[in-house]
Ligand binder design. Structure first.
Ligand SMILES: Nc1nc2c(ncn2[C@@H]2O[C@H](COP(=O)(O)OP(=O)(O)OP(=O)(O)O)[C@@H](O)[C@H]2O)c(=O)[nH]1
Ligand SMILES: [Mg+2]
Length: 414
């Protein structure tokens, strides 16, 4: 087991905030079986270009490395290739940053073809600008294809070209997967089933919530993986759920977010996150017991980064049964528990309320030769009343604005 020293710079943020970020970094390291021996925060008014931290701190850390028998130093912020090189030279142990750590966790967890490709893409994009002058850290990640002493000039150019090539091949593969997803999405649009996506910080309880909703709505399918572990979910799972006598909706569970998520990852997870971008409603899931408003901000930032900040959002706090006090927030939220299932019913009503707030009751007269229209309504809508008259079937049904436009010629009363 590697023993790590974590380093954070309190630059434009308080020492306490920096320390909290290091606590999270410790959990990230733990996910890779790296044991944290100590955490160091340096207060700084500016960043020292050569080492990122001040040179006095470099000496101090050097001593700690020897005393505590440290094998790896992990910085909470992204370091430049030159900084990593300079620090490794001083410390004589491996130096990595938070981005590298997160990428490695994703790489270990990825299972589906889509996730594997996306992580590989992110790793290569992270690596490309860092090839020059970088030996140790990246060579370990790259599966040993890089010389541990740092590649020579020609080798470097070859490596660079090889990575550029691999990036374009992976992108092509991902394009294919994206095209397949587009087809199934078009089918959903055609059948007009709305999509609800679970988003939020990692470990907030998104997958657990998907299981709670599936159970409550009596969907007999395999539960998705819920686990006390960072980034348990990397793939997207979709389920078609439906409350009795109500129209169906698609619920989507997907990858969680974390503070300082590498941009390379956000960009390469475009295919997986495209489900979020195309959702009709987002359930923003937040841990209500270990409540931290910064996690809400992080999720909102990532949503903005992927272009999903315009989508309607419903805030859901989990772990109610172990929360000591209800969190104070400016916006409304539903406080529920995936353990006791308290307020799962309230959440389902809220989902329907949001999805169908523009829906209206209409009376349609369906001619006898349009039997399939009646079947379609029965499948996808809430039918309140059906009457068989001499000139056709009269149906009192709840329709969306789109359906109202589509079935205009059958509507006899609004
Ligand atoms: N006590 C309690 N624990 C919960 C509740 N909801 C989820 N958990 C636990 O929190 C941990 C994380 O839950 P997940 O559903 O895997 O979290 P997630 O948001 O899907 O996390 P990622 O997939 O990593 O993004 C698990 O150990 C769950 O059992 C809850 O309401 N109460
Ligand atoms: Mg999950």
């Amino acid at each position: 087991m590697d023993q790590a020293l974590l380093v954070g710079l309190a630059y434009k943020q308080s020492a306490e905030e920096t320390f909290q970020s290091l606590v999270e970094l410790e959990a990230l390291a733990d996910a890779l079986n790296i044991k944290t021996k100590d955490k160091i925060v340096q207060n700084a008014k500016e960043i020292t270009p050569k080492f990122y931290i001040g040179s006095g701190k470099v000496k101090e850390i050097k001593t700690i490395i020897d005393v505590l028998d440290i094998d790896i130093v992990i910085f909470d912020d992204t370091l430049s290739p030159a900084q990593i090189k300079n620090l490794e030279k001083e410390f004589e142990v491996q130096v990595i940053d938070r981005s590298f750590l997160i990428l490695s966790i994703f790489s270990e967890r990825a299972q589906s073809r889509e996730a594997v490709l996306e992580v590989a893409l992110a790793q290569k994009m992270y690596m490309l600008p860092r090839l020059i002058g970088l030996g140790n850290s990246l060579s370990r990640q790259g599966g040993g294809s890089y010389n541990a002493k740092g590649p020579g000039e020609t080798k470097l150019e070859l490596d660079r070209r090889k990575i550029v090539n691999e990036i374009s091949l992976i992108k092509q593969e991902l394009e294919k997967i994206k095209a397949e997803k587009m087809v199934s999405r078009k089918q959903r649009v055609k059948s007009q089933i709305p999509v609800v996506a679970l988003v939020g910080y990692t470990n907030a309880g998104k997958s657990s919530l998907m299981n709670s909703l599936s159970l409550y709505l009596k969907h007999d399918s395999e539960p998705v993986l819920e686990k006390d572990m960072l980034f348990a979910t990397l793939d997207t799972k979709a389920k078609r759920l439906q409350k009795e006598n109500f129209p169906p909706f698609i619920l989507i569970d997907t990858v969680g977010f974390v503070n300082k998520l590498p941009h390379e990852l956000v960009r390469s997870f475009e295919t997986t996150l495209s489900d979020v971008i195309n959702a009709d409603l987002l359930l923003h899931v937040v841990d209500g017991a270990a409540f931290n408003p910064l996690q809400i901000d992080t999720t909102r930032r990532v949503l903005a980064e992927i272009g999903a900040d315009h989508i309607e959002r419903l805030l859901v706090l989990t772990k109610k049964e172990i929360a000591i006090i209800p969190p104070q927030l400016d916006e409304d939220y539903i406080f529920m528990s995936n353990r006791t299932k308290e307020n799962v019913d309230v959440l389902v009503d809220a989902i329907y309320g949001h999805l169908y707030k523009h829906n209206r009751i209409q009376v349609l007269k369906i001619p006898f030769d349009q039997g399939q229209l009646y079947s379609r309504l029965k499948e996808n809508n809430t039918i309140l009343e059906t009457k068989y008259e001499a000139d056709g079937t009269y149906v009192r049904v709840i329709l969306s604005p789109e359906q109202t436009a589509l079935y205009q010629k059958y509507i006899v009363k609004s």
